[in-house]
Design a protein around this ligand. Structure first.
Ligand code: COA
Ligand code: AMP
Length: 632
């Protein structure tokens, strides 16, 4: 079967196509209806279906001969630890931890926030929630207390699961003080906080509220899986939106399980029993889908890597892991390879490792620049496949569907639409643009199974954020164009979201923090091009009159404020004083134009611009301050 055939089938009859795909997983009760609408007039997949995601990821494989196969490999260069878990062992750990949660009163539908680094316990915790039908919400460890507090107030968890800390190369990051601060700030009070104590950092436990992970394990009995509805949520994952309030992306159990299975087979082209490695973090969607759920649901071995591409201990780590565990398919962000290339441009360290086990390298999180693609190809001698997706979709929307047909790779393009995704490039009047013309990347609604059905307890925001701009379509927030062969080129976000080292961040959130500094009259945060991280945020501020601090002092305070409020992951390291900001006559700051100046891209100022001369001023400022491309 060719890609084109399969793709055409998926669009001409989505119901029969996704019914066929659904048969690949083991339902307790096969869905009665494949596609229907809910009370909010939103599409839902697999109504009436009953299943359990943890059962599919673990018990199913044990019942089908994989008990002794390695399910999870934990490799932690930052703590010098390596550990393997068979499917049977992973089930034993998970079922026992589900018993802990049960003893804490966790039931189907209860929310559990997980704030943990890349250790096996985070996998036990996620799967244990799924086992009980509880809804987990993992918060990335690089977020600060305030961000955690926002998520606690939105998800209203009964329990928080945490570790005492993480290790950032060699910097210990104690998690418990962050959790305590977040709980101080949040209005919602969880009933309990369970802490896994790591050897290198001990958390203080508050009597009555905080519990030691291992103590609770001693009192627990293994818990079995419960049956949940296909439409019941498996998890909520918060992601940056274009306001200060992150969006709670909901993932349902049924569509997700089908999509995970489907993508391993058809996109990643891997077989059950083979080793899959996604070098990401469980705090991001890549970690949810391709460290935990998809490899396990598909019966692969997944690698859980607690380290960085460089400095843990050096730029050979990725080659070592691929070689040591015979990784078949590897997935990471281009920025990781840019970091390796910077340290070891000729790949001298690669010479010590045989990586011939590898079949494909997949890259996502940002566009794969051609230099990085070429370098990876030279190093690994395998197809290097850029593919495009989002937290919202949960699995790739544009890719090379290698499991169906390895199509020619066009550098700069993320590939063609994945089966089930009718992706179009639209103009502002909702009309499809001609080939090679840039526009908004939109997808015919309904989206396939696995994609977000709605936002957590906010279907109105779901509609206004994604469905209103282009009637009949889901708007991705990205711009791009399609060529005559159907290959799509993503040109970047056309909203206020930026991607820093493959991490999705909101400039609006950063602006809110900068603007709250007492010396700041006005500000704009824009993402400018960066050789290593793809983009980095830069703040431009106007001082209030009468402030007697130096620009260095102000910059230092703003950087610290963003780090303490949003977290180190924001990578906010530049704040520059400006005299004026470019605005429209109605007072709207022209951030896109600021970004275009920094990146030395062509732009047309709107006719509504208040004063053209400010653009020249900004150009000079950016050049002098060495900001973006213009400052080089
Ligand atoms: N807990 C606490 N702090 C964290 C953290 C975590 N889980 N993750 C990152 N941070 C901190 C870092 O220590 C760093 O702090 P610093 O300002 O004190 O140096 C800051 O947040 C920025 O982190 P990062 O953007 O990761 O930059 P880096 O310089 O540490 O590393 C790369 C750069 C490119 C090596 C790294 O970003 C990387 O490996 N990126 C791949 C990203 C990825 O896999 N994305 C998922 C999509 S596939
Ligand atoms: P996240 O939700 O964190 O996965 O971020 C999703 C966003 O990352 C997308 O909307 C894009 O802007 C960007 N992105 C992800 N993958 C790619 C890619 N392959 N090419 C270009 N941009 C990408």
């Amino acid at each position: 079967m060719s890609y084109q055939n399969e793709y055409d089938q998926s669009l001409s009859n989505p119901v029969s196509y996704w019914k066929k795909q659904a048969k690949a997983i083991d339902w307790f009760k096969f869905p009665e209806t494949i596609l229907s609408k809910d009370d909010d007039d939103l599409y839902r997949w697999y109504k009436g279906g009953q299943l359990n995601t943890c059962y599919l990821a673990l018990d199913y494989h044990i019942e089908n001969g994989r008990a002794d196969q390695t399910a999870l490999i934990y490799d932690s260069p930052v703590t010098n630890t390596k550990q393997k878990f068979t499917y049977q062992e992973l089930l034993t750990e998970t079922a026992l931890f589900a018993g802990v949660l049960k003893n804490l009163g966790i039931e189907k539908g209860d929310r559990v926030i997980i704030y943990m680094p890349m250790i096996p316990q985070v996998v036990f915790a996620m799967l244990a929630c799924a086992r009980l039908g509880a809804v987990h919400s993992v918060v990335f460890g690089g977020f600060a207390a305030h961000e955690l507090a926002i998520r606690i107030d939105d998800a209203k968890p009964k329990v928080i699961l945490a570790a005492s800390g993480g290790m950032e190369i060699s910097r210990i990051v104690p998690y418990k003080p962050i959790i305590d601060e977040a709980l101080e700030e949040a209005k919602h009070e969880p009933e309990a906080c369970v802490v896994f104590q790591r050897d290198f950092v001990k958390a203080e436990l508050k009597e009555g509220r905080d519990f030691d992970w291992n103590d609770l394990l001693l009192k627990a009995q293994p818990a079995s899986y419960v049956s949940v509805n296909a439409s019941d949520p498996l998890y909520i994952l918060y992601t940056s939106g274009t306001t200060g309030q992150p969006k709670g992306i909901v993932r349902d159990n049924g569509g997700h399980a089908v999509a995970m299975h489907f993508s391993m087979k058809n996109i990643y082209g891997i077989k059950p029993g083979e080793v899959y490695w996604a070098a990401s973090d469980v705090g991001w969607v890549v970690g949810h889908s391709y460290i935990v759920y998809a490899p396990l649901i598909y019966g692969c071995t997944s690698v859980l890597f607690e380290g960085k591409p460089i400095k843990t201990p050096d730029a050979s780590t990725f080659w070592r892991v691929i070689n040591e565990y015979k990784v078949k398919v590897f997935f990471t962000a281009p920025t990781a390879f840019r970091a390796i290339k910077k340290e070891d441009p000729n790949g001298d360290l690669k010479a010590n490792y045989d990586t011939s086990c590898l079949k494909y390298l997949f890259l996502a999180g940002e566009r794969t620049d051609i230099a990085t693609l070429d370098w990876c190809k030279k190093m690994l001698n395998v197809p290097v496949i850029d593919h495009w997706w989002q937290t919202e979709s949960g699995f790739p929307m544009i890719a090379n569907m290698t499991g169906i047909e390895l199509a020619p790779i066009k550098p700069g393009s993320a590939g063609r639409s994945v089966c089930g995704f009718d992706i179009q490039i639209l103009d502002e009047n909702n009309q499809v643009k001609s080939n090679n013309e840039e526009g908004a990347v939109a997808i015919k609604y309904p989206l396939p199974p696995g994609c977000l059905p709605t936002l957590y307890q906010d279907s109105e925001r779901f509609k206004s954020s994604y469905l209103k701009q282009y009637p009949g379509y889901y708007f991705s927030g990205d711009g791009g164009y399609k060529d005559e062969d159907g290959y799509i080129y993503i040109t970047g976000r056309i909203d206020d979201i930026i991607n820093v080292a493959g991490h999705r961040l909101s400039t609006v959130e950063m602006e809110e923090v900068v603007a709250s500094h007492p010396a700041i009259a006005e500000c704009a945060v824009v993402g400018v091009a960066d050789d290593l991280k793809g983009q980095i945020p830069v703040g431009f501020y106007i001082l209030k009159s009468g402030v007697d601090k130096t620009v260095d002092q102000i910059e230092e305070e703003l950087i610290l404020k963003v780090r303490q409020t949003i977290g180190p992951v924001a990578a906010f390291k530049r704040a520059v004083r400006a005299e004026r900001l470019p605005k429209t006559r109605s007072g709207k700051i022209l951030r896109k134009i600021m970004r275009a100046i920094a990146d030395q891209k062509k732009f047309t100022p709107p006719s509504t611009i208040e004063d053209m001369s400010v653009l020249g001023e900004l150009e000079v400022l950016m050049k002098n301050q060495k900001i973006g491309m213009i400052g080089r």
